[in-house]
Design a protein around this ligand. Structure first.
Ligand code: F6R
Length: 614
C-alpha cells in the first residue's frame, strides 16, 4: 500500500526521500511524488506515474533543493493511477502540500461542501479533499497549521496517515495517523517520518510510533511534540528499533523473494530461539506462561487472518485441535468483522498477521475485544498496530519481509502456532510425554531439513521452465497439507499471474476433475503420512485423465515416483510438521515460473504488501 517518507533537518531532503521511497517500494504502488520547500520558501511538488525511477527521471534538473520535504508512493484507491492523482496534493492557494495513506470515507460529503464554497479540485482523490479542508479551516478561522489539521481530522471518517507542509512555516512538518501506521525517526537536530521503519533505520534507531488520533509536530529546533486530536499532550515514547540495514537489502540474491525463501532455516531458528529447548525437552512461550489460565479456560479459539496468514491459521487449527482438544475456528478477518459473530469473554481470538497492519484483521481484533474476547496476536512487524491492540501475543521473529509474496512469514507463523499448541497441550495434559518429546526434537530439526530442500533450487528452476506456458494449475493436498496446497496456488497466481486453485485432494472428484486434461499441471502433495493411500488414489484419477502430475513425495518413495510426471523428494518429518517442509518447493516453483515469465517477482501488479485499507 501507499508509502510515506518525510525529512526535516540540516541535510538536503531530496536524496533521503528518494532513498526512503525505494525502501518502501515493496509495499506496492503505482505512482510517486515529492514536495520540497527550498531556501526561498517555494513549495515545489513533483509527481509521476509509475516507479520511483520514473519520478527521478521526471524531476531531471528541476529545483530539488531544500532541507524539508515529504514524499509518497501511491496505491490507487480513489481515481486511476496517473500524475494528477499522485501525491503530494497542493491546496488551492499552493501554500500547503499533503500526502496521505488510507481512505477518507466521507470525502464526497466534505468535497461537496468545499465545492459549494468555491473550491475547485484537480484530482479524483480523497486526499485533495483533505488538504483543501485544512486550508479552508486555516484561512477561515485564521489558525496555525497544527490547529487546522486537528479540526479537519476531527471531521474525517476513515483511515489516514498524513504529512503536511506549509511554505509559510518551513521549519516544520505536521504528521498524524488513524488506523494507518506512521513512525517518526528521531535524530540529532533532525526528524524522519515513514510508514514503517525501513527508510529510517539507516539514519537513526530511535523511533516513536504514533498512535491513533495523534498529531506530531516535527520541528528540528524543538523536541518532538505530540498531541491528540482533542488537544491533550502526549509524552512520546522513544523506542530503539532492532533492525539491520542488511535485512532490507537483497544480499546478492536477484530478488527479495528468493532471499527470503532461502532465509527460512535461519528464520525458524530465530523464531524458536529461547522457546524450543531440546536439551531440557520443552517449549515455552512467554504469552502462555503469563496468561495460562485465561488460555486454558477458553471454550474455543477463533483464528482471524487474511491471505497467506489465513492459510497458516488453517494449519494452526489442525495442530491445536489435534494436540490440545480445543475447538478452533478459522475466519477470514474481512468476513468475521461484518458478520456479528457469536463471541464473548469465553473466547480467545488469535490474530495472525505478518505486517500487523492489515486493516481487516485489525478491525476484527477491535470488534472481538469489544465483545470481551481475549486477544492473542501472532505478528512479525514489531510495534505494529495489531500487537499494540492485543492482550498478549508472540512475535514470529523472521525479520522484515520485503517480497510482496509472503514466504518466511508463513513458515514463521506455522512454527509459532505449533509451539503454541505444544505449550497448551503440555499444560492441559492432552499430549503424552513421548509424543511431546518427539515433537520438540523434530521441530528443532526442521531448519536443517529445510536446508536440504533448498538444495533442490536448481532442479526446481529447470522444472519450472516446462510450466511457463501453462494457463491453469491445480494444487491438491490433504490434512495438514491441504492449506499448503492453497498457499502454493496463491503464490503462483500472485507472482506469475497463472490461474491456480488449491483443493483438498478428495474434493477433486466433486467438480474440479472436469478441468483435467493433458494441458493441466496438477501439483499433488503426496508425502508418506496417514493420507498416503488416499492421495495415491487421487493421483491415479488424474493420470487416468492424462493430467500432468508434479508430486511432492517423501524421499525414497517408489510408488508415486513411477506414476507422476515429475517428482520432488523431500526429507520425511512428523505429519504435523510437514507443512514447514512441503511449502518450500511450492514457493520455489512459483518463484521460478514467474522469473521464467519475466514477471516483477518482488512487486507483482496490483498487489500491496501491507493492506491498510479494507
Ligand atoms: C500473500 C500475501 C497476502 C498476505 C495478506 C495478509 O503472499 O502476502 O495474502 O498474507 O495480505 O497480510 P498480513 O499477514 O500482513 O496480515
Amino acid at each position: 500500500m501507499c508509502g510515506i517518507v518525510g525529512y526535516i533537518g540540516k541535510r538536503q531532503a531530496y536524496p533521503i526521500l528518494i532513498k526512503g521511497l525505494k525502501r518502501l517500494e515493496y509495499r506496492g504502488y503505482d505512482s510517486a511524488g515529492v514536495a520540497l520547500i527550498n531556501e526561498g520558501c517555494d513549495l515545489n511538488v513533483y509527481k509521476a506515474k509509475g516507479k520511483v525511477s520514473d519520478l527521478e527521471e521526471y524531476v531531471g534538473d528541476k529545483d530539488i533543493s531544500g532541507v524539508v520535504g515529504i514524499a509518497h508512493t501511491r496505491w490507487a484507491t480513489h481515481g486511476e493511477p496517473c500524475q494528477v492523482n499522485a501525491h503530494p496534493h497542493y491546496s488551492s492557494s499552493g501554500n500547503l502540500a499533503l500526502i496521505h495513506n488510507g481512505i477518507i470515507e466521507n470525502y464526497a460529503t466534505l468535497k461537496a461542501k468545499l465545492q459549494a464554497k468555491g473550491y475547485l479540485f484537480k484530482s479524483s482523490t480523497d486526499t485533495e479533499v483533505l488538504v483543501q479542508l485544512i486550508e479552508y479551516i486555516q484561512t477561515n478561522k485564521n489558525l496555525e497549521l497544527l490547529e487546522a489539521v486537528k479540526i479537519a481530522l476531527r471531521s474525517v471518517i476513515g483511515a489516514y496517515a498524513i504529512a503536511v507542509l506549509d511554505k509559510r512555516m518551513p521549519g516544520q512538518i505536521i504528521a498524524a495517523r488513524k488506523s494507518s501506521p506512521l513512525v517518526v525517526g528521531v535524530g540529532e537536530g533532525e526528524f524522519f517520518l515513514a510508514s514503517d521503519a525501513s527508510p529510517i533505520v539507516e539514519f537513526t534507531d530511535k523511533v516513536v510510533y504514533l498512535d491513533d488520533e495523534e498529531v506530531a509536530v516535527l520541528n528540528p529546533a524543538e523536541e518532538l511534540k505530540v498531541v491528540n486530536l482533542h488537544n491533550v499532550g502526549v509524552n512520546p515514547e522513544v523506542k530503539t528499533i532492532d533492525l539491520e540495514l542488511s535485512q532490507l537489502e537483497k544480499g546478492g540474491y536477484p530478488h527479495f523473494m528468493l532471499k527470503e525463501i532461502f532465509e527460512q532455516p535461519d528464520c525458524l531458528n530465530d523464531c524458536m530461539r529461547g522457546r524450543v529447548n531440546v536439551e531440557a525437552n520443552h517449549v515455552v512461550l512467554s504469552a502462555v506462561i503469563d496468561h495460562k489460565e485465561r488460555l486454558l479456560a477458553a471454550r474455543r479459539f477463533i483464528i482471524v487472518a487474511c491471505g497467506t496468514s489465513w492459510h497458516a491459521g488453517l494449519i494452526g487449527k489442525h495442530v491445536i485441535e489435534n494436540f490440545c482438544r480445543i475447538p478452533v475456528e478459522v475466519e477470514y478477518a474481512s468476513e468475521f468483522r461484518y458478520r456479528n459473530p457469536v463471541i464473548d469473554e469465553r473466547d480467545v481470538v488469535i490474530a495472525v498477521s505478518q505486517s500487523g497492519e492489515t486493516a481487516d484483521t485489525l478491525a476484527a481484533v477491535e470488534m472481538a475485544k469489544k465483545k470481551g474476547a481475549f486477544i492473542y496476536g501472532i505478528c512479525n512487524a514489531v510495534g505494529s498496530s495489531i500487537p499494540r491492540n492485543t492482550h498478549t501475543g508472540s512475535y514470529i521473529h523472521v525479520g522484515p519481509e520485503i517480497g510482496v509474496a509472503s514466504t518466511k512469514a508463513f513458515t514463521g507463523q506455522v512454527t509459532v502456532l505449533t509451539m503454541l499448541a505444544l505449550c497448551l497441550a503440555k499444560e492441559k495434559q492432552t499430549i503424552d510425554e513421548a509424543a511431546y518429546l518427539q515433537l520438540v526434537e523434530e521441530l528443532s530439526r526442521v531448519p536443517d531439513k529445510m536446508k536440504q530442500v533448498l538444495e533442490m533450487n536448481g532442479r526446481i528452476a529447470e522444472l519450472s521452465r516446462i510450466f511457463t506456458y501453462a494457463h491453469n494449475f491445480l494444487y491438491l493436498g490433504r490434512g495438514y497439507n491441504y492449506p499448503v496446497a492453497l498457499e502454493g496456488a496463491l503464490k503462483l497466481k500472485e507472482i506469475s499471474y497463472i490461474h491456480a486453485e488449491g483443493y483438498p485432494a478428495a474434493e477433486m472428484k466433486h467438480g474440479p476433475i472436469a478441468l483435467i486434461d493433458a494441458e493441466m499441471p496438477v501439483v499433488v502433495i503426496a508425502t508418506q503420512n496417514g493420507m498416503y493411500e488416499k492421495i495415491l488414489s487421487n493421483i491415479q484419477e488424474i493420470k487416468a485423465r492424462k493430467g500432468k502430475v508434479i508430486a511432492i513425495v517423501t524421499e525414497g518413495d517408489q510408488v508415486i515416483s513411477k506414476l507422476a510426471d515429475d517428482v520432488i523428494e523431500l526429507p520425511g518429518t512428523l505429519e504435523c510438521l510437514e507443512p514447514l517442509i512441503t511449502t518450500i518447493p511450492l514457493q520455489m516453483l512459483a518463484y521460478h515460473i514467474a522469473v521464467c515469465k519475466g514477471k516483477d517477482v518482488d512487486q507483482p501488479r496490483n498487489l500491496a504488501k501491507s493492506v491498510t485499507v479494507e
